[in-house]
Design a protein around this ligand. Sequence first.
Ligand code: ADP
Length: 152
Amino acid sequence: MKKTAIFPGSFDPITKGHESIVLRALDLFDEIVIAIGVNERKTSFFPLEKRKAWIEDVFRSKPNVSVITYEGLTVDLCRKLEVNFILRGLRTSADFEFERSIGQMNKKMLPGIETVFLLTTPEYTALNSYIVRDIIRHGGDASPFIPDAVTL
Ligand code: ADP
């Protein structure tokens, strides 16, 4: 059976850390669906369409990576798409605590789901979208931290 994973997040914007997780996970899964969560109560820095287009650019050469947007619970998306795996990246112990509760709650809501964590590679441990947004907001050069295919 084909193994598909959903990689949920806000990707505001996609960073080299996200790119690395997806590329490495392609050794584990046949297909990866990058799912940009839309939360009406949270305002994003970059518009949804831009975030989606950037991710499409990054994985243009990978036909088994797709990008969608979704509202609501990730487990409901998994049910709808009939996907059994959620992919997440782990950088720090703070990530672990955060992910543990989400992963365990998701498992309670949808017992068939497994969350698969990949440890970040050391060079991307300090990298997050928040810092990248801050660099951009203050006119700094964020290009070392975002995938080469992304032109801001
Ligand atoms: P969230 O919206 O939950 O903060 P993000 O959109 O920033 O999540 O990221 C989605 C996923 O990518 C999360 O699992 C997060 O841990 C992972 N991730 C983000 N940055 C990195 C990185 N530098 N290295 C590895 N994983 C990362």
